[in-house]
Design a protein around this ligand. Structure first.
Ligand code: ADP
Ligand code: MG
Length: 639
């Protein structure tokens, strides 16, 4: 199996499942061949007036001509062979249709992708332009343009491009919009790929299926439009007849019964447009990997879980990540919403910190703010993120991008959106390596394979050649983790990456990650809403509620004796193995988002210990030792 023959064989196997599509492709190929080799195939050169025999005018197909010549499809009024005229006409129609379609594709898709990518005013302006273009009937615009431009091949192609780019732009934008905010595009931005590369390599392939359909429709409709214009006598000059002009020339003889002069060119046009559409449909199915049947791979056997033990010691000052007073505010119509409110935390080398809280408590926003990835309408309003002592908040975007993926990286929540579905695992991994290191492609492949093995993926070389849809959810998440760890960052953030996986797979991945963090001396933050994960994976924990960290400290101490009533509530709602038969208690009420600054405790409306004091600014209660500090944000701590 050579590398080049395999994708084609795969493509063909898939394509050939539809017999209609195979026939359509064969017809299209025949027409293309006929058009390409018209000068060699045609019995006569229809442009050469000297070769026409006027005495053979309107000879029926295979009928006896005055000159004794035989015309397979008959001859027209000038005694011109209809078959030859069709072959040359096909050539002309295809050339016009393809040129116009492809240029319109390039123009429209560039506009559409750029529009979706930039968003905002640029997007609004470009789309109004598209609306304007689409609101006029194509034929009318083409007629007016040709009236202004005049006759000729170049003029008609230009007119077709002008009337045809807009549907490409609209479709490209629509297809790109859901993609531009996917995590793999964030990742591409983080890698500082040039704009054209982000658009062409990462965005375009994911928007291709609908665009391919539009392309086939537009090429077919360009051919029809040109035929119509030529039929009306304002398209191509009579010296260069396309199919439309042939139909027009023959139509006046239809009433006399000389049907063949326009029928056969008409059939050729029908076959061309029809086969184009059928082939395009099949291509759409092929190029969309999600429409294809994926091969689920069996899971590997569980790797031996590593011993979990906090490695705390004298390295108290060795904290690659320190966050001080970080705040994120969303400007909403109801007022400012404090999604992250004065968050301070720090992580040691080799330590995993669990960031835990109910959905909506601000965990993801904290992780994104640390990465400098807060999008409008959100903004970081205060605080510092010290990465190896350097403040990321104060840093410019360019400098920040150079560090993301290299010194600090983020593992996203959903592996199905964190990986680009149309690029092979290997290509996505080597790209991440190349973005930060000067290594050869072979070295990058080697690094990628080794990292896949490290996160517990068997036969990594084979996986590199596969697409994300060929892997199971657990495998995909391992790949996403491997990508985040490729450049051996000192700090890693993980935003609930195993939430969607089943418990067994989740615990395998957690064990792998914990081992890696320790061996590599990484400082890690693992975001989760699951105290079970916190207990099994982390050495320290920070509990979030309504954007604030309400309690933090060493995991075993906090879980053994929580100081904040909210932490207590979370623990009570956890099914613990040592209290069988006991009913789980729920925290009454639900997290509500708060608009405006509230100095009091955010939990007081759900807290059984709350009194009027809880509406006043909450003190930080320091607990624990200098070596293992603990703190809680509460007027009435439990310890
Ligand atoms: P978590 O990850 O803990 O589930 P998030 O960090 O995603 O929570 O969100 C925290 C809060 O930020 C949410 O409760 C929500 O109120 C607010 N938020 C997030 N995105 C937006 C937005 N685009 N506009 C307004 N508020 C937002
Ligand atoms: Mg979240």
């Amino acid at each position: 199996m050579s590398a080049s023959s395999k994708p084609f064989a795969e493509f063909w196997r898939e394509y050939a499942r539809s017999p209609v599509a195979v026939v359509a492709l064969a017809v299209l190929m025949l027409l293309l061949l006929g058009a390409s080799f018209a000068p060699y195939l045609a019995p006569q050169n229809p442009y050469d007036l000297a070769s026409l025999r006027l005495e053979d005018s309107r000879t029926p197909p295979l009928g006896g001509a005055a000159s004794g010549a035989t015309y397979l499809l008959g001859s027209d009024v000038l005694g011109r062979d209809v078959l030859s005229a069709i072959l040359y006409g096909l050539r002309m129609s295809l050339m016009v249709g393809l040129t116009a379609g492809i240029v319109a594709f390039a123009v429209g898709v560039s506009v559409g992708l750029f529009s979706a990518y930039r968003g905002g005013r640029v997007d609004a302006l470009l789309m109004r332009l598209v609306d304007l273009q689409l609101s006029f009937p194509t034929l009318l615009v083409a007629l007016i343009l040709l009236a202004v431009l005049g006759k000729g091949l170049d003029k008609i192609v230009l007119a077709l491009i002008i009337v045809q780019w807009a549907p490409f732009a609209r479709t490209a934008r629509a297809a790109a919009l859901p993609q531009v905010h996917q995590e793999y595009m964030d990742a591409a931005r983080v890698l500082r790929l040039p704009l054209w590369r982000q658009l062409l390599k990462h965005l375009l392939p994911n928007c291709l299926p609908p665009l391919l359909v539009v392309l086939t429709i537009q090429v077919a409709s360009a051919i029809l439009l040109e035929s119509t214009l030529s039929y009306l006598g304002i398209g191509l000059p009579i010296s260069e007849p396309s199919l439309g002009l042939l139909i027009a020339n023959g139509s006046q003889f239809l009433l006399n019964g000389d049907y063949w002069i326009s029928l056969y060119p008409g059939l050729a046009l029908l076959l061309l447009v029809g086969s184009l559409n059928l082939v395009g449909d099949r291509l759409r199915e092929y190029f969309n990997p999600r429409l294809r049947k994926g091969v689920m791979l069996p899971l590997d056997l569980a790797p031996a879980p590593r011993e979990r033990q906090a490695s705390r010691g004298s390295d108290a000052d060795d904290r690659p990540l320190r966050v001080e007073g970080l705040s994120v505010v969303f400007d909403t119509p109801a007022g400012p919403l404090h999604a992250v409110d004065d968050v301070s935390l720090s992580v040691r080398r080799g330590e995993v910190l669990g960031l835990v809280g109910e959905s909506g408590s601000g965990k993801s926003m904290t992780a994104r703010a640390i990465m400098g990835m807060i999008n409008a309408p959100g903004r970081v309003t205060a605080g510092q993120v010290l990465l190896q002592g350097v403040d990321l908040v104060a840093m410019g975007e360019t400098e920040l991008q150079a560090r993301r993926g290299k010194d600090i990286s983020l593992i996203f929540q959903d592996p199905t959106t964190a990986l680009n579905p149309v690029l092979r695992i290997g290509s996505q991994m080597t790209e991440a390596v190349h973005a930060h290191r000067r290594v050869s492609d072979a070295q990058a492949q080697e690094l990628a394979a080794r990292m896949l093995a490290r996160v517990g993926i068997p036969s990594p070389q084979e996986r590199l050649a596969q697409y994300p849809h060929q892997l199971s959810g657990g495998m995909r998440q391992r790949v996403a983790i491997a990508i985040a760890l490729l450049n051996r960052p000192g700090v890693v953030l993980a935003d609930e990456p195993t939430t969607a996986l089943d418990v067994t797979i989740q615990s395998q991945i957690l064990a792998e990650f914990q081992g890696l963090a320790r061996e590599e001396g990484m400082a890690a933050i693992w975001v989760t809403h699951d105290l079970g994960v916190v207990e099994g994976l982390t050495q320290s924990v920070a509990v979030m509620y309504r954007g604030r960290i309400v309690e933090q400290g060493p995991t075993h101490e906090v879980l053994a004796a929580p100081a904040h009533p909210y932490t207590r509530g979370l623990l009570d709602s956890l099914p613990a193995a040592n209290t069988p038969g006991q009913r789980l208690r729920q925290i009454p009420g639900m997290v509500t988002s708060k608009v405006g600054k509230d100095p009091g405790c955010g939990f007081r409306d759900r807290c059984s210990r709350a009194d009027e004091r809880c509406a006043t600014p909450v003190p930080v209660v320091r607990l624990g030792t200098a070596d293992a500090p603990r703190s809680a944000l509460c007027h009435h701590p439990l310890v």
